[in-house]
Design a protein around this ligand. Structure first.
Ligand code: SF4
Ligand code: SF4
Length: 479
């Protein structure tokens, strides 16, 4: 596999491999939206008691993917805006009952279809995404391939190996279940080192599985990006989808298809320089954000980010609990004051991709990281760093210049759609330009314009057909 760009970032504040199990919180605050899902169809009422695994709400726009109760408890709908609050929570055994009336699914894609629906109902399907678009794949669709990744390279986010420590058997059984959802499509298992002891052990488990292939990738951010992996594996966007699933997804598949249970707990990371002791913790959806705040350094103001530092979203003050897709929390010291000569970036403890600040005099070290990584924003200085690191092979500075001039057509021609939104260009940019945000907005604008053109064309076609039918009817009436 040939990778281009990327950057190996040394950072302090990464969680180690130990997983902590915190005490059960008295209440859960379950957000009704996450990165991909909007659970707008409520399935419970105020004051209703639920069991762990019961459906609280569904996302009608995404194959009715369910939001499951992570624990038994009593539902409160009015306690927090855009959340379901669970009170009096307790752990109870979950009992899955197979739904009837699925013969049409079995007729269409056989036993695999029934299994896929079981994954959907037990919350495991939401661990799947399309490698190229990031959206939830159609459970009834046929993928061209499946990519399983045990690697997570975004700084501070949960490492794949922590997820399946002592659960290798469950993991390999999950892979077998995954294979049973397919016909002949290949499965790629992405690992950091295919000659390591761990890889040997995985190989022992999957020996004889001709359909599973181990793939090694360099440990540079963002080579774990699903779209980059798909491209490097020679899989093409635009046709059948490419399923992408990480370690926690494979374990959720195993839980659903071996035990008929939803995977209600997950291992997430809490990392970043503003966390006192970076750690992995086993928690459930709705775990209070307040409990995470208590782990942050108290003598600085900080920003909590849901996800990694490059691609995550800031947790606003309205969000009270972890959403159902959270894989990690990053906490950065918040710098709101203007720094004296901040643009010169003079600190010896600062990151220096540019190699022109004091830090470049030192050997490679863990970089300090805050929300003010590079002082104040300035115009592009044409240093070309963004192009050097871009894994998509595009020229971010050129896109930025086109966008600055409002030349949206040129932005499209320069390949903005190839951007995988990894954020590395924003990170290395000495002018602190938020390039990633610019490109996300540009892609949304282009998609919107295309949709409008498509609708206009459809409308015109409808008018043309209606006019044709009217003329034909008039002609027939003449005769
Ligand atoms: S242009 Fe897109 S793909 Fe390239 S580095 Fe920036 S965010 Fe990543
Ligand atoms: S890294 Fe920033 S300053 Fe350098 S060329 Fe790219 S956009 Fe311009």
């Amino acid at each position: 596999m040939k990778f281009r760009g990327g950057y190996d970032i040394f950072l302090s504040g990464r969680p180690d491999g130990i997983t902590e199990i915190p005490p059960e919180p008295p209440m859960l605050y379950i957000p009704l939206r996450s990165g991909r899902f909007e659970f707008s169809e409520l399935c419970v009422n105020e004051g209703e008691p639920v069991r762990g695994g019961d459906v609280l709400a569904k996302d009608p726009e995404n194959f009715s993917v369910p939001l499951l109760a992570p624990r038994a408890g009593v539902v409160r709908l009015k306690k927090a805006h855009r959340h379901i609050v669970l009170e009096d929570i307790s752990k109870t055994d979950f009992a899955y009952s197979e739904q009837g009336g699925r013969t049409h699914i079995a007729d269409r894609i056989g036993e695999a279809g029934i299994k896929r629906y079981k994954l959907l109902e037990l919350g495991a399907w939401q661990f799947f995404s399309d490698a190229c678009t990031g959206s939830l794949p159609d459970p009834m669709g046929t993928p061209q391939a499946v990519i399983v990744s045990t690697v997570s390279l975004e700084p501070f986010v949960s490492r794949g190996d922590v997820q399946f420590r002592e659960r290798l058997l469950d993991f390999s059984r999950g892979l077998e279940h995954l294979q049973s959802l397919l016909e002949y499509q290949p499965m790629y298992l992405v690992m950091p080192d295919i000659n390591s002891e761990f890889a040997e052990e995985v190989r022992r488990h999957i020996r004889g599985w001709a359909w599973a292939k181990l793939i090694e990738i360099p440990m540079k951010y963002p080579f774990d990006n699903p779209a980059i992996l798909a491209g490097n594996l020679g899989l093409r966007a635009g046709g059948d989808s490419i399923w992408f699933v990480r370690t926690d997804g494979v374990l959720a598949v195993d839980c659903a298809l071996t035990l008929s249970k939803p995977c209600l707990d997950r291992i997430i990371s809490i990392g970043g320089p503003a966390v006192e002791s970076p750690v992995h913790i086993k928690v459930m959806t709705g775990y209070p954000v307040e409990a995470i705040r208590s782990r942050c350094t108290s003598d600085v103001s900080y920003r909590i980010i849901n996800g990694g530092v490059f691609t995550g979203e800031t947790v606003d003050s309205e969000t009270l609990g972890l959403d159902s897709e959270c894989t990690g929390i990053t906490v950065l010291a918040e710098h709101t004051e203007r720094e004296f000569l901040g643009f010169m970036h003079p600190g010896p403890d600062r990151s220096s991709y540019a190699g022109c600040f004091l830090s470049s005099l030192r050997a490679k070290f863990s970089e300090a990281f805050s929300t003010a990584m590079r002082g104040e924003p300035r115009p592009c200085v044409s240093c070309n760093f963004c192009e050097e690191v871009c894994p998509a092979g595009i020229m971010p500075y050129l896109l930025h210049k086109y966008l600055y001039g409002g030349l949206i057509e040129q932005v499209e021609q320069a390949g903005v759609d190839l951007c995988v939104e990894c954020g590395l260009c924003s990170f290395v940019c000495p002018s602190k330009l938020d390039l990633r945000r610019e490109f996300i907005e540009a892609k949304a604008l282009i998609a919107k314009e295309k949709e409008e053109i498509r609708r206009e064309q459809l409308e015109k076609e409808r008018h043309r057909l209606a006019e044709e039918a009217r003329r034909k009817a008039a002609k027939e009436a003449e005769y």
